[in-house]
Design a protein around this ligand. Structure first.
Ligand SMILES: C[S@@+](CC[C@H](N)C(=O)[O-])C[C@H]1O[C@@H](n2cnc3c(N)ncnc32)[C@H](O)[C@@H]1O
Length: 217
């Protein structure tokens, strides 16, 4: 696998040490994190199995070199733009594992536009932070979306079906934040911009309420 934006290379080191994968590439675009990835791989004695490479996005991979790519700990828009610019490296790739810090919606949209099927989603809370993990494979990109596409793109079709406690916590908090902004905008003088923003927020608030209240029939 290739872990893009690997920072300390913790993920490739863990996977190789625990015999989950035989070989990994740790890609980094910034010199400091690249050096710390290099140092960790060396000190773990894994240099034969993990290749640490300096470069932007998927440019560190040769075509056909890996069958899985992970990109974690960045915004969804940045993850999508890394995938978009490196499309020519994706032919041999069977699985993408993506962990956006925000805007998972950008990734779900990119996957649909590029014929990747979202095959799984996880949501977890650790040290007070909530993380979403998206897994995709080549397939039918619209298969997971069967209820309300706009809502499912925002919150995740599998996560919506399961509605775990962490999921409810994340979206209840988001909804409260949007309501706070909506009320603040109600106090502000009305311009076309504030009016549009309020309408957009109200739409999102209603969408989330629908999602939280929706029960599978
Ligand atoms: C917050 S860290 C996440 C590290 C690790 N993936 C994790 O989840 O803990 C994001 C890393 O992505 C790197 N990065 C950002 N844009 C990148 C790009 N276009 N190509 C490669 N690495 C990138 C940054 O230098 C940074 O080290």
């Amino acid at each position: 696998m290739a872990d893009i934006g690997s920072d300390h290379a913790y993920l490739p080191c863990y996977l190789v040490k625990n015999l989950k994968i035989p070989f990994a590439i740790a890609g980094e675009v910034v010199q400091g994190p690249y050096q710390s990835a290099e140092n960790n791989v060396l000190s773990e004695g894994l240099s034969e199995k993990i290749s640490v490479r300096l470069g932007d996005g998927l440019e560190v991979i040769e075509p056909g070199e890996v069958d899985c790519i992970t990109i974690a700990g960045m915004g969804g828009a940045l993850i999508s733009s890394i995938l978009e610019s490196g499309k020519d490296k994706l032919y041999s790739v069977k699985r993408l594992v993506l962990q956006p810090n925000l805007s998972a919606i950008s990734i779900r949209r990119w996957l649909i536009e590029n014929n990747w099927e979202l095959t799984g989603e996880e949501i977890i809370e650790e040290d007070g932070k909530i993380y979403e993990i998206l897994v995709a494979e080549k397939g039918n990109p619209i298969r997971p979306y069967c209820f309300n596409r706009e809502l499912e793109l925002l919150v995740g079709p599998y996560l919506l079906k399961r509605k775990e406690e962490v999921f409810k916590k994340k979206w209840t908090t988001e909804k409260k934040n949007w309501q706070r902004i909506y009320e603040a905008l109600n106090q502000a003088s009305e311009t076309t911009e504030t009016l549009e923003k309020r309408q957009e927020l109200l739409h999102k608030i209603n969408l989330i309420e629908e999602g939280l209240n929706h029960e599978e029939s």
